[in-house]
Design a protein around this ligand. Structure first.
Ligand code: ADP
Ligand code: SF4
Length: 690
């Protein structure tokens, strides 16, 4: 199938002011955890998307001035000409593949704390920021004039750096949305009061940007089409803003006010979920409109065009999961698309202040660091590889080794492939995660050199008898039954084993009934998801965690609040800052993590979601207790290496297992090279001096 076929409309060019996007695949601005800190990593990652066919590739939020400093999160910056080189490198790299480069100029307003620059943050009024006990400085007219100048200067620099689309960014709670807001904007000057006054600064920045760079660059606005929450800018007012400014920007990039939903995980938000709230924008403006929706299906994309909702298909996550998605659609290789699973691990790592990674695409962020290409792998040196365990690590390894030309045999004791993904994918809300398995099964299913054997438990003698050149052990990990985890470094002494359950029991279909205490010392999705499963099955569930919130780590995946709400909606009792300290089959003892004070609650069963033990028995049987990786005790002739991958090596995220399998497979037979590092070096030309 080619772009002449069914999906040809997706490959039509789109005029955006003075520039033309070569197709409708538009990578909207998205944060990366790279920004100004990892410029080479960033350039290579963005370039890969352009190579993969995205018609427009944008930066992340790009600060226009040191008073907008989101440290420790690595944003992009255009504070002075010293920033030009890094951003020009990105624009050039994107252009080299025929795509347009967009840049999202940004001022964080009261939201940021300026931890690095130590300047006062600036706000429409003096207000507390997101996290730190710091309030912003109320902007006076002089500050507003200065802001307009900074924005204009940044726009000129962006044009000089070669960008084609330059954003004005009045959403996501940053400075310009403060001005738009009814509740935050308490000014009595010409920038406050009526909607006309509150949108004045936005209008001015759009006009300034057009005046500065509009001859050559398109001006885009990123706007929350349903307001910024009823108390900020109501829906009616949002529509009035769109109507009033309809023709001022060259492009409307529409978002919604609820970031948890706009950026919603697949547990809570389906593909294309924003349509109802953004569809009106295109009716009010003759300018092209782009919006995200975690679109991975070209039919959904086509639907957006046909229904007149969008002109350009916005994507952040789908472009991370598969930088080559547009090329695959164009070539009719839909089965090769690595569909985003909506887990938000990408976003979580930016939120952790580290570079982006992805459950589905282990190569993202490794383009420069490790020289990895998402579609190409180096040819192998030949030979056979036996992989034991067809979970995400084993499947990914089989896929990559198959591509490298090895003869691969993948064996799993279970009747179904997929390991933990298959098992967890049956839990409430996690069905989309099965894409991790299905993509890889689809790929290896078409490789004549890869065979999958299910229902095939392998003992060390079987592995030796098999006679492979290389063995990868991907046998996973098992949940602990003794309470050891973050809180308890030793097994809980008083723990009646008869009614103790672990996630493995639940995944095997053994569900406790009655009064169930679920002890979550893991803090991510699994504890809450199992609590919901048990509540749905009729148990009275008391969810107990050593953290201050349910599923506390899912704050980073933008799921925490919805997680807690869902538990409440299911009638789950939530107890925070407590640890399970004993259980005797009718009573559970809970201890406050601060005071140690304890109390007992009725419990007919406990579920322990604490920590996992790597299942390395097979690995140890093959290599003994030697700690040298791949050291063999009694290897048969021809066996060159044995190594562990995935949860068997290190119980961690599914993304980590996929990455581990990928790295091991890509590097098999290669002489090991450490990933490259980006670091600031003191140069001989400008030696250090104080
Ligand atoms: P990972 O996340 O590291 O891929 P999983 O726990 O998802 O790990 O998958 C491990 C897989 O290994 C499971 O499907 C399990 O059935 C399989 N497995 C464990 N031990 C053996 C064994 N001895 N022989 C074959 N398969 C095994
Ligand atoms: Fe999608 Fe998850 Fe990858 Fe993010 S990490 S792009 S949500 S699959």
């Amino acid at each position: 199938m080619t772009d002449q076929s069914r999906y040809a409309p997706l490959f039509e060019s789109v005029r955006i002011g003075p520039v033309t996007a070569p197709n409708r695949f538009y990578q909207v601005p998205h944060c990366t955890g790279m920004g100004h800190a990892l410029p080479q990593t960033l350039v290579a990652m963005r370039a890969m998307k352009a190579e993969g066919g995205w018609g427009v590739v944008c930066t992340e939020y790009c600060s226009i001035h040191p008073s907008s400093d989101d440290h420790p999160y690595p944003f992009a910056s255009l504070w002075d000409d010293g920033d030009l080189g890094n951003l020009a490198a990105m624009a050039d790299a994107v252009h080299a593949h025929g795509a347009l480069a967009g840049i999202e100029l940004w001022h964080g307003g009261s939201y940021v704390a300026n931890l690095a620059t130590r300047l006062p943050s600036l706000g429409v009024r003096s207000a507390p920021g997101r996290t730190d006990p710091i309030q912003s400085q109320r902007m006076d007219r002089r500050d507003i004039r200065a802001l307009r100048q900074w924005h204009r200067d940044a726009a000129l620099r962006a044009r000089k750096a070669g960008f084609d689309i330059i954003y004005v960014y009045p959403s996501h709670g940053y400075l310009l949305s403060e001005f738009l807001s009814r509740s935050c904007n308490d000014r009595t000057d010409e920038y406050g009061g009526s909607l006309e006054n509150r949108m004045r600064l936005l209008r001015e920045l759009l006009e300034d940007t057009r005046g500065a760079v509009g001859d050559r660059c398109a001006v885009a606005v990123r706007f929350a089409a349903n307001g910024h929450g009823a108390e900020h800018l109501c829906e009616q007012e949002a529509q009035e803003v769109v109507a009033a400014l309809a023709h001022l920007p060259d492009l409307w990039d529409v978002v919604i006010s609820d970031y948890d939903e706009e950026m919603g995980s697949s547990r809570f938000v389906r593909e294309g979920a924003l349509e109802d709230r953004v569809a009106y924008v295109r009716k009010l403006t003759g300018k092209p409109v782009v919006c995200v929706g975690r679109f991975t299906s070209p039919d959904s994309m086509l639907g957006q065009l046909k229904r007149g909702v969008l002109d350009l298909i916005g994507a952040a996550r789908p472009s991370i999961a598969d930088p080559f998605l547009p090329t695959k659609v164009r070539e009719g290789r839909l089965e090769d698309i690595r569909e985003c699973i909506g887990c938000n691990i990408c976003y979580a790592h930016n939120f952790r202040g580290s570079a982006l990674r992805c459950t589905q695409n282990p190569t993202i962020g490794e383009e420069w660091r490790s020289g990895w290409h998402p579609e190409r792998v180096p040819a192998g040196s030949g030979g056979t590889v036996l992989i034991v365990g067809a979970g995400p690590a084993g499947l990914e390894a089989a896929h990559v080794l198959g591509k490298r030309g090895y003869q691969v045999v993948l064996a799993d004791a279970a009747k179904e492939a997929g390991g933990r993904v298959t098992r967890e994918g049956r839990l409430p809300g996690l069905a989309e995660w099965l894409r991790v398995r299905d993509y890889r099964l689809g790929q290896i299913g078409r490789m004549a050199n890869v065979s999958l054997y299910l229902d095939s438990r392998m003992a060390a003698s079987d592995v030796r008898a098999f006679g492979a050149n290389h063995v990868l052990i991907a046998t996973g990990a098992n949940w602990r039954r003794d309470g050891v985890g973050r809180w308890h470094s030793q097994p809980i002494a008083a723990l009646d084993p008869a009614a103790v359950y672990t996630p493995d029991d639940i995944l095997d279909g053994r569900l406790p009934e009655g009064d169930v205490v679920l002890f979550d010392d893991d803090h991510y999705y699994l504890g809450p998801v199992i609590a919901i499963q048990l509540a749905r099955a009729g148990a009275y569930v008391r969810y107990v965690t050593t953290e201050g919130r349910a599923g506390a780590w899912s704050l980073y995946t933008q799921e925490q609040e919805r997680t807690q709400r869902t538990l409440i909606d299911h009638g789950v009792e939530i107890e925070v800052n407590v640890a399970l300290s004993a259980f005797d089959e009718s009573l559970a003892t809970l201890a406050c993590v601060f005071s140690g004070r304890s109390r007992v609650v009725p419990a007919s069963a406990v579920v322990l979601v604490t920590a996992r033990t790597p299942d390395e028995a097979l690995y140890r049987a093959l290599v003994g207790e030697a700690e040298e990786p791949g050291a063999l005790t009694a290897g048969p002739p021809g066996l060159e290496s044995v190594q562990r991958i995935g949860d068997c090596l290190q119980p961690a995220l599914i993304a980590s297992a996929v990455y581990s399998g990928h790295r091991a497979a890509r590097e098999l037979g290669q002489t090991g090279q450490s990933p490259r590092r980006e670091r600031v070096l003191i140069s001989k030309e400008a030696p250090f001096s104080c």
